[in-house]
Design a protein around this ligand. Structure first.
Ligand code: COA
Length: 323
């Protein structure tokens, strides 16, 4: 396979995270549904989640932190991409309001690929860098609370709100770059996870689990093939945070180790498009990402959609404003 788009230098020069204040613990959920803290932790890896806020509000907070860290003037940002599946409005998209509040003066649009959204958006940013842009703000933000029935034992234990943002810049040195990527979608599986207008999510949890493990493995192999690398060459893995057992099952098949894996699910629940940038934010705060590391972002979600991106890291390696 040819290295499509590979060779375009990219680095992340600022990260930001935002979580609403209201914490819902597993214990809190027992007031609404027949469940227990032990069951949820064992079956999902989640202890608590956050609700409240708006998608644009969380996106603005995360975006501001990322801009502050990068030192990039808002007027230098040439494009804003907001990955979200819970926009404030059906129209307009969330991105224009976020751009306005952040003081940007550039094109701004949403990408809707549900929990794969941030990884999708990074590949979109790569395409614009290839067209000559040099500074792009990419935000993943969702308020899944708005489409979650917290009395439903399947979805109510999983989903929550949050946002994560990254300032993505061209890397003239080429040291930082996407080495391989893969996007996928299979509409045959729309019915296993969906939400109609003004309604809450419907999910076939077992089938989502099965498909997620499958597509994570397949997508990783495609991305590694494009990069000409193997599983052992991946230094840090940033999987979508849905269920720790999904990650463990996929890793068993792939041969990845949990030691190389960034996880925040325990504290955040499934924040959809925000989960990968929240993990990156946490990984940087813990000094887990070094220059030259091959960082694999791996998303999957309703659609089904999936996306994987292998980024050789040449961006920030210290981060003090983590959540
Ligand atoms: N609390 C306590 N018991 C529960 C429960 C809950 N929240 N949910 C289900 N149960 C019970 C069931 O009633 C069943 O009981 P039974 O054996 O007496 O019939 C048992 O636990 C097992 O149910 P099951 O549905 O098989 O559980 P599971 O192991 O598949 O876990 C999910 C359910 C939703 C946690 C799991 O399927 C999952 O995480 N799927 C992926 C979902 C996902 O990630 N979606 C987002 C993708 S982006």
């Amino acid at each position: 396979m040819t290295n499509r788009g590979v060779g375009i230098g990219m680095k992340i020069t600022g990260m930001g995270a935002a979580l609403p204040e209201k914490v819902i613990t597993n214990e809190d959920l027992t007031a609404f549904m027949d469940t227990s803290d032990e069951w949820i932790r064992e079956r999902t890896g989640i202890s608590q989640r956050r609700i409240g806020g708006t998608t644009s509000g969380l996106a603005i907070e995360a975006g501001q932190k990322a801009l502050d860290e990068s030192g990039v003037d808002p007027l230098e940002i040439e494009l804003l991409i907001v990955a979200t599946t819970t926009p404030d409005y059906i129209m307009p998209a969330t991105a224009p309001a976020v751009a306005h509040e952040l003081g940007l003066d550039c094109g701004a649009f949403d990408v809707a690929a549900v929990c794969s959204g941030f990884a999708y958006a990074i590949t979109v940013a790569q395409g614009y860098l290839a067209q000559g842009l040099t500074k792009i703000l990419v935000i993943g933000a969702d308020t899944m609370e708005r489409i979650t029935d917290y009395t439903d034992r399947g979805t109510g234990i999983l989903f929550a709100n949050g946002a994560g943002a990254a300032v993505v810049e061209a890397d003239e040195t080429g040291e930082g770059q996407i080495l391989g990527w893969d996007l996928g979608a299979n509409g045959k599986y729309v019915h296993i996870l969906y939400s109609e207008h003004d309604d809450t999510m419907v999910m076939d949890g077992k089938e989502v689990f099965r498909q997620a493990v499958k597509v994570m493995r397949q997508s990783t192999m495609k991305t590694l093939e494009m990069a000409g690398l193997t599983v052992d060459d991946v230094d840090i893995i940033v999987p979508h945070q849905a269920n720790v057992r999904i990650v463990e099952s996929a890793w068993k098949k792939l041969g990845f180790s949990m030691d190389k894996t960034l996880m925040v699910l325990n504290e955040t629940g499934n924040t959809s498009a925000a989960s990968i940038p929240l993990c990156l934010d946490r990984g940087l705060s813990q000094d887990r990402i070094k220059t030259g590391d091959n960082v694999l972002m791996l998303g999957f979600g309703a659609g089904m959609t999936w996306a994987s991106v292998l980024l050789r890291w040449n961006g920030i390696t210290t981060h003090t404003a983590g959540f």
